[in-house]
Design a binder for this molecule. Sequence first.
Ligand SMILES: [Mg+2]
Length: 307
Amino acid sequence: MKELAHRRERSANVVSSSFFNRLELLWNLMRMNEKLLKRYLFASDFDQTLSFNDSGAILAELLGIPKEEFERRSNGMAKLNLVQQGAELAYFLLHDPEFHDRVRKEHLFEAGKLVPLKKDIDLLYSLLGNGIDGYHFDFYVLSAAPVEIVKSALAGIVPADHIFGTEFEYDSNGRIQSIKRATAGYGKVVRLEQLQEALNIGPDHLIYAGDGSSDMHAMLHVNDGDGLTIAVSQSRKVTAVAQRTVLSNNALAMLVPIFEKVLKWDQPQIRDFFERNGFLVQEWEKVRTDWLTLSPAETGLTHRAGA
Ligand SMILES: [Mg+2]
């Protein structure tokens, strides 16, 4: 009898504990859903957005080609408009014997290790993921550079499956045979659309950061969908299209326009966030830049004014 009562009590305990477990699970799911309600896609360029130097120039230097010579060739190639902007290196790797005959897969990984990165990209990744209450930003890198270079540079900082770059087919000796896909120019828009669909993110929840002409298509696409575009250089082509420009040697600075435009925070709130995460905002200069070129007026107008 005593044994039966004990069993009943035990079974009641099991029922009540499983009931509370389910309740807790439901509560956690509700909280997770609440958090994931405000989900955004943050896509960033790599060369000179997350890094300081162009990875193509670094690879060229590894091969003994001076940076200036690489830039001369690259600019000449860009002027031809033969390939998408930013895909010049991919073209050289396929067709220029100085690159094609000498570069193997391991050289791309080696070049990646030499790329000087902006500070705190790892912290940017984790803060965007789960450091901002009520928001989740999926951080992806879209680069025209060979994917091996970008993955090698960001190893241990950004997960490899969050990095998209130009992909090649290799032969058994690690020599480049053909191009699979280039994430340059309009290629970035195509990748963005695929990510949006895969993550089920609306066009107004899209954020794109970049520094150069290879980012123009992506920025126009994001602007068109009411997303947020951030320029991280003073290149006129990009600042004319991007909604915000932010210049810093620290990748975390890209959070500022996100806080202002998406979270609608003011300066004290933003400073407070940085302080809570161990940073002091030492200098914060806000400058509105107007680019003007003035030329002398036609003489007819001067005559009328003097008449
Ligand atoms: Mg770039």
